[in-house]
Design a protein around this ligand. Structure first.
Ligand code: NI
Length: 498
C-alpha cells in the first residue's frame, strides 16, 4: 500500500514536469519534428566587413541538426530578401524531413548546413555566396549554391540582367557562345559537362547563380545540372576579357573592372591616335585632378570630427564606411567596456587610419568618485584600447565633459591630455539627422572639434551631409592630435565651449 502510494507520488512528480515541458515545446516548435532541440546561437557581430554582421545559428535535436549563417547588412531591403530566402530554405528542410523520415529508419539524422562566404569587391559591393548542404537519408547529401551580389550603398541586389543584357537576343547568343567555348577549349570539361544541359541552364539565365570578381564572371551549377553528380557543384569562370563587349558599362565603372577598363582605354587610345592623324588636331588635355591635389590649398581650414561612446556593432561600421567615402579621418573616443565587446571592430577603426582616444572604461562621472577609481577608469580603458588596436591613446575625454583638479592631475601624470569639444549638436538628445547636420554646420569654424556619438543611427545619417558641406567649404578633416599640432593648441589645454 505504502509502496503504491509512493509510486503514484513519484510518477506524478516526474510526469507533471514532462507534461509542462512537452506542451511548452510543442507550442514553440509546431513545425519542427523533434522536441529535444538544443539551440545554440552564436553571434559574430563583426566580420571583416563594414556593414555586415553574421549570426550563426546551430540547432541539434534527436533527428536533425542545422547550422545556418545569417548575414545582416546595413540595408533593410537587402536583409529582407536574404532572410526570407534563408527562412524558406529552413522551412523546406523541415517539411522534407517530416516526409522522408518514414522512408528511412529511425536512426536517420537530417542535416541542413548553410554556410556563407563573403567576397568583398570593395567596401560596399559584395558577393554573398551561400553553400547549402542538405542530408535527408540515403547515400548522399545534396549541395547547392546561392549568391547574392549586393550594393550596400544603393540598397540593391543585382540580377544577371544588370551585368549582361541577356534579354537582348544578340547579347545572349554572344554570351552562350563564350561559355560554350570555355567548355570546348578544355578537354576535361568536355568529358564531364553535358552541352545540352548547359544550354538549357543558360536559356533559363534568370535562374542562374553567378558572382562577379576582379577578372572573372563565375557561374555556379547545381549537382546533376550540367555534369554527373560526382562533380558536385560546378563552377565555370568566364574571364572578363572575353566579356568586354557584353558587361554593362555602368557595371564596369561601378565595380572598377580594371581588366575591361584597360581594354576600353587601349581601344580609345587607338581611336584617338587615328583621329589625331586624320585631323592633325592639338593635344587633348586631360583635366583630371586627383583628390590629393584638391587637398593642397593655400588657406587650409581644419576640423576634427570626434565620435564618443563606441564602438558600436551597428553604427560604427556605417560611420567608417561614410568617412571612407569622403576620405576623412576622425577621432574615436572609445569606452573600454565597448572595446571589450568589439575588439575586432576597435582594431578595424584604428587600421583605417583614425585616431583612438580614451573615454574611460565605464562612462561614470569621474567628479563623483575617489582618485583611485579615476585612475582605474582611465588605465583600464587605455589597456583595453592598446591591446585591441595597438594604438596608445594620447587623449582622454572624461564622460559628460566633467572634470576637476583630481582628474586633471591624474591625466597629466599619465602623459595624456584632456580634450573636450567646441561644437556640440546634441546628437544624443536630438535624433533628427537634418537638425544634427544643420547645428554642426552653423557652429563650425576652422579649428573646431565636433562632438558626435557613434552609437546613434541618426548620427550616421547626419554624417554625409556634414562631410559633404564641410568638404565643399574647403575644410580638411584631421584627427584631434593632428589638429592640436596644426593649430598650436597647448598640449594640456582643455577645450570646451566657444
Ligand atoms: Ni560619452
Amino acid at each position: 500500500m505504502k509502496n503504491s502510494k509512493k509510486f503514484k507520488l513519484i510518477s506524478a512528480i516526474i510526469f507533471v514536469p514532462i507534461l509542462i515541458i512537452g506542451s511548452f515545446l510543442a507550442l514553440n516548435m509546431i513545425d519542427q519534428t523533434s522536441p529535444i532541440a538544443k539551440v545554440h546561437t552564436e553571434v559574430q557581430e563583426w566580420g571583416k566587413y563594414a556593414g555586415i554582421n553574421i549570426k550563426i545559428k546551430t540547432e541539434e535535436a534527436k533527428d536533425y541538426s542545422i547550422s545556418i549563417s545569417t548575414p545582416t547588412t546595413s540595408s533593410d531591403h537587402i536583409n529582407d530578401e536574404i532572410h526570407q530566402w534563408l527562412e524558406e530554405e529552413e522551412k523546406h528542410f523541415f517539411n522534407d524531413l517530416k516526409q522522408l523520415k518514414h522512408r528511412f529508419n529511425d536512426d536517420m539524422v537530417g542535416h541542413l548546413n548553410i554556410q556563407l562566404e563573403i567576397d568583398a569587391i570593395n567596401d560596399h559591393l559584395y558577393n554573398l555566396i551561400f553553400t547549402t548542404y542538405t542530408y535527408l537519408g540515403g547515400a548522399n547529401g545534396e549541395n547547392k549554391t546561392k549568391v547574392f551580389t549586393i550594393d550596400l550603398e544603393k540598397d540593391h541586389i543585382f540580377v544577371i540582367d544588370d551585368m549582361i543584357p541577356l534579354q537582348d537576343k544578340k547579347a545572349f547568343k554572344n554570351f552562350q557562345k563564350t561559355v560554350q567555348q570555355i567548355i570546348t577549349n578544355d578537354e576535361s570539361l568536355m568529358m564531364t559537362v553535358d552541352i545540352e544541359s548547359l544550354d538549357n541552364a543558360l536559356v533559363a539565365y534568370d535562374q542562374l547563380e553567378w558572382s562577379i570578381h576582379e577578372d572573372s564572371f563565375r557561374l555556379y551549377f547545381d549537382e546533376y545540372e550540367i555534369a554527373p553528380s560526382s562533380e558536385g557543384v560546378m563552377t565555370l569562370d568566364v574571364p572578363l576579357e572575353q566579356l568586354t563587349q557584353l558587361i554593362d558599362e555602368k557595371i564596369v565603372k561601378q565595380f572598377q573592372l580594371s581588366v575591361i577598363e584597360d581594354q576600353i582605354e587601349a581601344k580609345a587610345k587607338k581611336e584617338q591616335k587615328q583621329t589625331k592623324k586624320e585631323h592633325g588636331k592639338k593635344k587633348v588635355q586631360n583635366k583630371k585632378t586627383s583628390n590629393k591635389d584638391k587637398k593642397v590649398k593655400k588657406e587650409a581650414k581644419y576640423v576634427a570630427l570626434t565620435f564618443d561612446d563606441g564602438p558600436s556593432g551597428t553604427v560604427t561600421p556605417e560611420i567608417l564606411h561614410i568617412l571612407e567615402e569622403f576620405d576623412a579621418v576622425a577621432t574615436f573616443f572609445m569606452l573600454g567596456s565597448q572595446v571589450d565587446y568589439y575588439p575586432d571592430l576597435a582594431a578595424e577603426v584604428a587600421a583605417r587610419g583614425h585616431e583612438i582616444a580614451n573615454h574611460t572604461q565605464n562612462h561614470i562621472d569621474l567628479t563623483k568618485v575617489r582618485k583611485s577609481v579615476v585612475e582605474h577608469e582611465i588605465k583600464l580603458s587605455r589597456e583595453k584600447i592598446e591591446k585591441s588596436t595597438g594604438q596608445t591613446p594620447r587623449l582622454v575625454r572624461p564622460p559628460y565633459g566633467a572634470y576637476n583638479d583630481i582628474i586633471l592631475n591624474t591625466i597629466s601624470e599619465s602623459d595624456e591630455s584632456i580634450i573636450l569639444w567646441s561644437v556640440d549638436p546634441q546628437d544624443w538628445k536630438n535624433r533628427q539627422p537634418k537638425q544634427i547636420a544643420d547645428r554642426v554646420l552653423r557652429a563650425v569654424k576652422p579649428g573646431s572639434i565636433i562632438l558626435l556619438h557613434d552609437i546613434h543611427r541618426t548620427t550616421a545619417e547626419a554624417l554625409p551631409k556634414i562631410l559633404e558641406e564641410l568638404s565643399k567649404d574647403g575644410y580638411t578633416f584631421v584627427t584631434v592630435s593632428e589638429l592640436i599640432e596644426l593649430e598650436n593648441i597647448e598640449a594640456m589645454k582643455v577645450i570646451r565651449g566657444q
